[in-house]
Design a protein around this ligand. Structure first.
Ligand code: HEC
Ligand code: HEC
Length: 338
């Protein structure tokens, strides 16, 4: 009998808490959850597990202009959520004092699965990455030590570092870890493609499925599902310019004009395309693969003279590429400036 009373009380308690409206509006923070159809992550979570306080701190830092010399530029200035955290409509990035960088700002999505960062793979560790934009004279033009001083003088930050790391100490390691916690949570796994992979046959229409089949034949070796990158560096036949890409890091002539294979998730939103932002539309990119490939010694053999695309294949590929848009990710209020 006693046990039954206990269960009744327990049920009443559960009913009461599940009706709590506030809880419904603010779902519990789930931490980092890897989508079922994604491979193993590369980020060392054992050294820096994602917590709610750490994620929120990372988000605040990401949108804070005070991380730049004159307060004008935050990470979010060049990595804009509605374009999958890329700098939509800017061929090359646009930083402090309107200075231009030399490369297109890539999206930030599924960073926890990346092996290297930047178009040339010059950064191996996500925790080191923010040093680069903060100290880059054409991006934020500030020093990390000065940023730390600014944060230490701010009571809200002292409280947030304390919540995230257990004491008010503000140092660059903690700052970088908070950044990584935020960036690792930027997971895009809710496109129609993902629904289809998850078993919903009707999530893609016939043309899109045909596009996927062509994609698997002609593109997937480099833009490998489900992340749409093989994390490699390739020369895809763009006209060679001043930027020698991967060879700047490896000093190996065979890597000249090879660039990191970009993910194609949310490709609809991240124009313009390529490391230098020279192609404006998805059609321009497909035209490149159809008739613009420049035959150079380092061109990847997959895209050599045997490679071809028909107009119908281009149409189907485009239909498929548009299924990689993930509105839930692009509009997730948790990822926006608060
Ligand atoms: C002025 C524009 C600008 C600002 C500000 C900026 N970035 Fe970037 N970001 C870029 C560009 C351009 C690249 C590519 C650089 C390269 O390949 O050499 C990049 C690359 C990255 C990458 C690598 C993505 C990949 O796929 O390899 C990450 C992550 C990133 N930035 C995070 C940040 C963070 C965090 C901040 C703030 C501390 C920040 N960025 C500030 C323009 C910017
Ligand atoms: C040999 C490897 C390889 C193959 C095969 C390949 N790509 Fe690429 N793709 C790349 C590389 C590398 C880049 C970046 C090049 C640069 O920035 O200069 C790229 C860039 C792109 C971009 C621009 C992405 C962005 O964010 O700027 C799109 C879109 C794209 N590829 C689609 C495709 C499609 C569709 C196919 C199949 C028809 C394909 N690719 C085949 C390696 C490849």
């Amino acid at each position: 009998m006693k046990l039954r009373v206990f269960y009744v009380i327990l049920l009443l308690f559960l009913a009461a808490t599940s009706c709590n409206k506030e809880q419904e509006e603010q779902p519990e923070f789930t931490g980092f959850v890897s989508p079922k159809h994604f491979p193993e992550t590369t980020y060392p979570f054992e050294t820096n597990p994602v917590t709610e306080a750490g994620f929120k701190l990372g988000r605040k830092l990401f949108y804070d202009g005070r991380l730049s010399r004159d307060g004008s530029i935050s990470c979010g200035s060049c990595h804009i959520q509605y374009s999958a955290f890329s700098h939509v409509a800017h061929a090359v990035s646009h930083g402090i004092d309107d200075k231009l960088g030399k490369r297109n700002a890539p999206p930030i999505q599924n960073a926890a699965w990346m092996q290297t960062f930047m178009w040339d793979g010059g950064v191996h560790n996500l925790d080191m990455l923010p040093f680069n934009p903060i100290q880059n004279p054409v991006e934020m033009d500030e020093t990390v030590s000065n940023v730390i001083l600014k944060l230490q003088a701010d009571e809200t930050y002292r409280q947030m570092f304390s919540d995230a790391f257990g004491s008010e100490e503000i140092n660059s390691t903690r700052m970088m870890q908070a950044f990584s916690q935020f960036m690792c949570m930027l997971i895009s796994d809710h496109s129609r493609y993902d629904e289809y992979i998850g078993g919903n046959e009707t999530a893609l229409n016939t043309e899109e499925k045909e596009g996927l089949a062509i994609f698997r034949q002609k593109c997937n070796t480099c833009h490998t599902e489900p992340l749409f990158t093989n994390n490699g560096f390739k020369n895809n036949g763009m006209p060679p310019g001043n930027d020698k890409g991967r060879s700047l890091i490896t000093l190996n002539p065979a890597d000249e004009y090879a660039f990191k294979v970009p993910s194609l998730r949310n490709i609809e939103k991240t124009m313009p395309y390529m490391h230098n932002g020279t192609l404006q539309t998805i059609d321009d990119v497909l035209n490149h693969y159809q008739s613009g490939i420049v035959q150079t010694p380092n061109l990847d053999p997959l895209l050599g003279s045997n490679f071809s695309l028909t107009n119908l294949e281009k149409e189907r590929l485009k239909a498929f590429l548009l299924t990689l848009t993930d509105e839930k990710f692009l509009k997730n209020p948790d990822f926006s400036e608060q």
